[in-house]
Each structure stands twice: as C-alpha cells, then as structure tokens.
Design a protein around this ligand. Sequence first.
Ligand code: WQD
Length: 339
Amino acid sequence: MPTVLLTGATGYIASHTWLALQSAGYDVVGVDDFSNSSPEVLNRLHRLGGRAPVFERLDVTDAEAMEALLQRHRIDAAVHFAAFKAVGESVAQPLAYYRNNVGGLVNVCSALQRHGIRRFVFSSSATVYGDPEHLPITEDARLTATNPYGQTKLIGETLLRDLGASDPAWQTAILRYFNPVGAHESGLIGEDPRGTPNNLMPYVAQVAVGRREFLQVFGDDYPTPDGTGVRDYIHVVDLAEGHVAALRRLLDQPGSLTVNLGTGRGYSVLEVVRAYAAASGRDVPYRVTPRRPGDVAACYADPALAATLLGWRAQHDLDRMCADSWRWQSQNPNGFETP
Ligand code: WQD
C-alpha cells in the first residue's frame, strides 16, 4: 500500500487522520516539531494503531531536514497539516504566520518535487470565504481573507493551483475545513489547545470540566435565529475520513480538486452550549459579551461537491460531537500533559 507523509502529524486533525489512514491500509510517516502539539500523542497513536508510529521530529521550514527525510523514506503522497491556525495570533505576529504557513508549504512542495512526489492534500479552511455573500457556501464563492492566517491559506491555495498549471503531474486536493470539533471515540486523543482556547467547543469543554468559570458568548445580536453566531461544526473523525477519501481519489485517478469539508448544517453558540451540557451532564454557565472583532454572523457549507467527487459525507451529529469531546476532556482534564 502507498506510504503517506503527514506534516503536523501530532496535531489535532492530523493525529485523527493518521489513525484513519492506517485503518484504510496506508503506511504513514509523520513529522512534527511539537510547536503546537505533544509527543504524548505518539504513545496514544501506538496504543490505538497497534504499532509504533513511524515519526521524525522536524520543522517543515527546514529545507535540509525535509531533504534528509525524503532520502530516508519512500513516500507516495503527502498531507500537509503543519501550520499555525490562531486568527488573533496571526494579526499580532504576521511574519511568524507567513514564514511558517507559506514558507513551510514552499519548502515541503520543493522537497517533494525534487523526489518526484506530486500527490498532495492541503489543509485549507472556510476562513478563505471571509464573510460569505450566500449561504450555504459553495466552492465557487468569492474568496477573501480578513486576517493574516486566512491570507496564508489563500496564498497556499493559489500556490498549489500555480504549481498544477506549471506541471500537470501535480495532483492536489485542497480541503476547506469548516469548524472541526469532537474527538476519537476512545477518549485517548482530542483537541488540546495551549493556553486559553480561541475556539468555542474546547472552551466549553474546559468550562464543563471545571477548568474555566464560564463561557463568554461573543454577542447575541447577530441576524441569526437566537442572535448568536452560527457555524458548521464537523466531527474530527468525519474530517479525517474526508482526507482518506481525497487521497484515494488522487491515487486512483488524474486531476485536482477543491472541496468543502462540512456537514451543511449550522448550529448557534447557544445550541452548542445546550448540546454540550446535555452530553456532559454538567452546567455550562455563560455570559453574553460584545461581539468578537472579525466574527461573521453565519457560516456553513454546501457539502455536495465532496459527496460527488469523493463519495464522502459527514456522518456524526452535534450530540455525538459533544459526547466524544466530553469523553476526551473528562478523561484528560489537563489534555496530554501527563499529571
Ligand atoms: C465559533 C463561534 C464565536 C469562542 C475559527 C477560525 C477558522 C477555523 C475555525 C482554522 C463564533 C463563538 C467562540 C468563545 C464564543 N480555524 N465563540 N465564545 O471563529 O468560526 O473559526 O476556528 O482553520 O479559521 O476563524 O470558530 O470556534 O472561534 O467560534 O461565543 O469563547 O463561537 O463568536 O460565533 P470560528 P470559533
């Protein structure tokens, strides 16, 4: 079976994708610099996957390290997750984001090209749609970036399209994630943000488990059913399966693609709070505060193209997302930090 290189391999989405790829029969070589993940994830992947992960610690912006890696391993395709992803942080530290997200992508693709590896799955984001003009969002919607993080994803997509135009041997799958949440059903791996979580569900999880006093609901005066922000939450295991489906297509037939990976269903902040309280049996106290700058009222996908091109659809609903998130959080109150 083909061997797949995963960058950012011990991160939240990549670690779940690692398991899905192994279950689908692929061999995996993972790389990460642990700048935003824990080595403990490798122990958990060993327990869940039943074999020692093939892993190397490296920084994707290090050209020599990438070259040496591809000298040591025969790779058939790559899934590139390695990137910084905090919107607010990207506004404060744009150079770090362009260096890591764009510089890292250039370095990885350059190394792959030198070794004749041209099947590439790219982790993009619904953030490239900015404030959507129409809902649900289709892949031909207007693209715009409202922050440096989003700009790095837009540039990444443009780079891959230019690469494909320069050399048709390149086959790329650009996957635009909506809002990844939840955790593996074992409760052994899950989302473990460093410091204060930026995203809704990990913050709610930390309130439910008692690490945080209450949730701030960033505005309840949006033009949505209950006034709070609406998003397309997608279970991380569904997202992982979407990567397997994309890879299978790249390996099975010629051509490149860009698809949304979402459920097509939007949920409000308060719907998530209620669902999480029900799943955890815990109170989730909250206080309504002013809107967060840069937030949009509503954002959810039209998932039809992924269903057509990949034969993939999200399977898990919000209750399952909350239940799996809670199992991970309650079994690992301090994330991957071993007590
Ligand atoms: C969801 C909703 C908030 C936290 C971001 C990035 C995007 C992608 C996913 C990487 C919104 C509300 C949140 C809180 C709240 N990341 N909220 N209190 O903003 O849709 O997307 O993460 O690719 O690029 O922009 O996700 O989880 O931050 O917010 O009320 O403490 O929850 O206002 O309505 P978002 P989010």
